[in-house]
Design a binder for this molecule. Structure first.
Ligand SMILES: Cc1cc2nc3c(=O)[nH]c(=O)nc-3n(C[C@H](O)[C@H](O)[C@H](O)COP(=O)(O)OP(=O)(O)OC[C@H]3O[C@@H](n4cnc5c(N)ncnc54)[C@H](O)[C@@H]3O)c2cc1C
Length: 349
């Protein structure tokens, strides 16, 4: 351990390559062997989240003086791909935490004092509720300033990690602004979680979260920003979700022993890393189609055995389907529909 200027211990510096290699080892040796049991609900994903925290992966973006690894965007994306090749459910729950840890590290006031280091170390875990911001008005979640804090009303339709996270970073609307609040993940008379039964990544414990005059102390405010600025950041951030698909495809290629799929994967990774903002939706669509086809090839190669619940093929097939809608925006939906239609047109008559 080294020490930061305020005398606190900070993590020793690790190169991006070393962190990606550690993620690959964890994916192959810990996550993948547990993935079917996690998917079936026989083993809690929280056990694997603890392993990721012990490896320092909860603070990837966070500066070292706050207990994080201080990695840049590209290294974070490569870590995501590795982990997704091990267990998508665990990786999906973990991913929800990352931006919150970075925002809280960058915030002012009590929320940073109390939460920044704990989030970076993974001793406290966060989920996030923001995708409703992509919907047209009226806002799904509104906030009203009250004495000592904020009152939140409305519904977040998809919040992952319930029961595994200590807090949810909730995007609420106040007129043209987005007000972000770190809300304790504890049900009560004004906060209700309704579990969704999912066809894939069911063990991610995804809920719809309803707020009925829920009070949040003022010390839990992390950020206020215009919705227009958030929309720009959202569009720029959509590249990252594609690495989950590359991870699923990577596992399919490994199980198939296919060098050809492996080479195509390398090309797609380069395309995703290098795409301009205008190109991202089209490359994401290519990743989605590639992931679906890699999973389909695995299922077909194994025949009927692939349908048995302890076959990785059926799990990966359902996960490839899930990745069609996860992290989707109108632009990505349109690009995916075009890509899939093109695939149908390419079929020999
Ligand atoms: C299993 C699962 C877990 C997820 N977990 C999280 C999470 O933890 N946190 C998080 O923030 N997001 C989460 N998401 C959301 C995800 O990231 C995508 O944003 C979402 O899946 C996109 O959904 P969609 O394609 O159905 O589009 P949607 O955004 O739901 O919308 C579909 C279309 O309908 C329109 N529409 C939707 N609602 C309205 C409305 N009220 N009025 C008028 N038009 C409307 C939209 O504009 C769009 O054109 C999760 C999704 C899934 C499937």
């Amino acid at each position: 351990m080294s020490h930061s200027p305020d005398g606190r211990r900070s993590s020793p510096a690790r190169s991006p390559e070393a962190v990606v290699a550690a993620a690959r080892r964890l994916a192959d040796e810990v996550l993948f062997p547990a993935s079917l049991a996690v998917d079936n609900g026989e083993r809690p994903a929280s056990e694997l989240l603890d392993v990721l925290a012990a490896e320092g992966l909860y603070g990837l973006h966070v500066p070292a003086d706050l207990g994080g690894l201080g990695l840049g965007r590209e290294a974070v994306q490569l870590v995501m791909e590795q982990l997704a090749s091990g267990c998508l459910t665990t990786t999906f729950v973990w991913v929800q935490h990352l931006s919150t840890a970075a925002v809280v590290a960058d915030a002012d006031g009590p929320v940073r004092e109390e939460w920044a280091r704990r989030l970076a170390e993974g001793s406290r875990r966060a989920g996030i509720a923001f995708s409703h911001l992509r919907h047209p008005d009226p806002p799904a979640l509104t906030v009203t300033p009250v004495k000592g804090g904020y009152r939140v009303d409305g519904r977040a339709p998809l919040v992952t990690g319930w029961g595994m996270v200590d807090a949810v970073h909730v995007a609420t609307r106040l007129g043209p602004d987005v007000v972000w609040l770190l809300v304790d993940a504890v049900e009560g008379p004004t906060l209700t979680a309704t579990r969704l039964e999912l066809a894939a990544v069911n063990a991610s414990a995804t809920v719809a979260l309803s707020f009925a005059g829920h009070l949040v102390p003022e010390g839990r405010l992390t950020r206020v920003e215009p919705l227009s600025e958030w929309r720009e950041r959202d569009a720029a951030g959509l590249r990252t979700n594609g690495f989950l698909g590359l991870g699923v495809a990577r596992r399919c290629a490994a199980l198939l022993g296919s060098e050809e799929i492996g080479r195509e994967l390398d090309d797609l990774r380069s395309a995703l890393l290098g795409a301009s903002e205008r190109e991202v939706a089209a490359v994401r669509a290519r990743v989605t189609r590639f992931t679906l086809e890699a999973a389909a090839a695995l299922v077909a190669s194994l025949g009927g055995r692939s349908m048995v619940r302890d076959s990785h093929a059926q799990r990966l097939g359902r996960e490839a389907m899930f990745l069609l809608v996860q992290g989707q925006t109108a632009a990505i939906r349109a690009a995916q529909m075009e890509e899939l239609a093109e695939g149908l047109r390419e079929r020999p008559s």
